[in-house]
Design a protein around this ligand. Sequence first.
Ligand SMILES: Cc1cc2nc3c(=O)[nH]c(=O)nc-3n(C[C@H](O)[C@H](O)[C@H](O)COP(=O)(O)O)c2cc1C
Length: 328
Amino acid sequence: MSLYRFISNNILFKFDPELIHNLMQIILSSKLGPFLARIFATNFNHKSKTSIMGINLDSYVSLAAGFDKNCSMLGALDKLGFGYIVGGTITLHPRPGNLKPRIKRYVSDKSMINALGFPNDGLKKITDNLKKYNLKTPLVLSISGDSNEEIIYLYETLSEYCSGFEINISSPNTEKLKFFHNIDNLSKLLAGINKIKNKPYMLKIPRFENLKDSNQNEQLTQFINTAIKHDADGIVLCNTLPISDKELKMGKGGLSGKLLYPNTKNTLKIVNKLFNNKIDIVASGGVSNSNEVTSLTELGAKSVQIWTSLIYEGPGLVKKLNKELACG
Ligand SMILES: Cc1cc2nc3c(=O)[nH]c(=O)nc-3n(C[C@H](O)[C@H](O)[C@H](O)COP(=O)(O)O)c2cc1C
């Protein structure tokens, strides 16, 4: 058993997940953060090169949205060896998110559920954070909101701080995002962004539980067709899966982690068959080892994002994946 697994199983996992994440955020945001992260730094003699949205990447493995919602830990995360880092999701105004408890671990399944909503410090404070960095790793900013105007304003204001954007209309914990699941509304949003576009963007797609169901299959296809029609530069497959859990205050949330992997793989297979080479595809959901990264890239993903596996495998995971992918 690795030292990290021993510590997480015997200490960290005995406490509330959000409390531990907040503590980690305090440490990684401090001056000590980048120094500590260097212990787990990837030596980029091992390069597994790819590109996404025209941005060259040193690794197939990137950090998914929601890990650093306020972009306060980027100095430390920059050291770990990700291909790119997604910061956010950022909204125009600060938001407290949903009522607590709103995260629960499913330790034996290496998975978790969250119903965070979008707790974040809002555009102004996050912009102040972004001004501090001089990052080596390309930064993608995840943005969302309640209206086209809000998202377009975020895009316009934040574009000088990032290499590209992820437009998040897919978190299952924010009821108002359903507005963008109407294809006319989504089309208007993407057309509005295109009018001021100066950085590439990807659309993060909701997750569908059963793509054998023609209704769900049709909805997925519509999202991707809309992205392609509006010249989006990529799609991210997919966000968390909506499920119920009475222990969360909301009674429901989004499932992440290992339990999602079969769904991620199946979704990618279907999408790649239909849309091969028409748009860059990123896979997100349940990835925790290099065999899974390889399977997904062989199925057409140009990059793979991770989040929950970092909690179960620890910060050394990125270096391990980079090494195995370069050697494999
Ligand atoms: C606690 C938590 C918070 C998240 N917050 C966001 C978010 O703000 N925006 C977003 O697009 N996705 C968010 N996600 C979804 C992740 O970016 C990712 O798509 C999902 O967790 C599946 O990947 P994983 O199985 O590797 O965790 C969040 C996930 C978790 C676990």
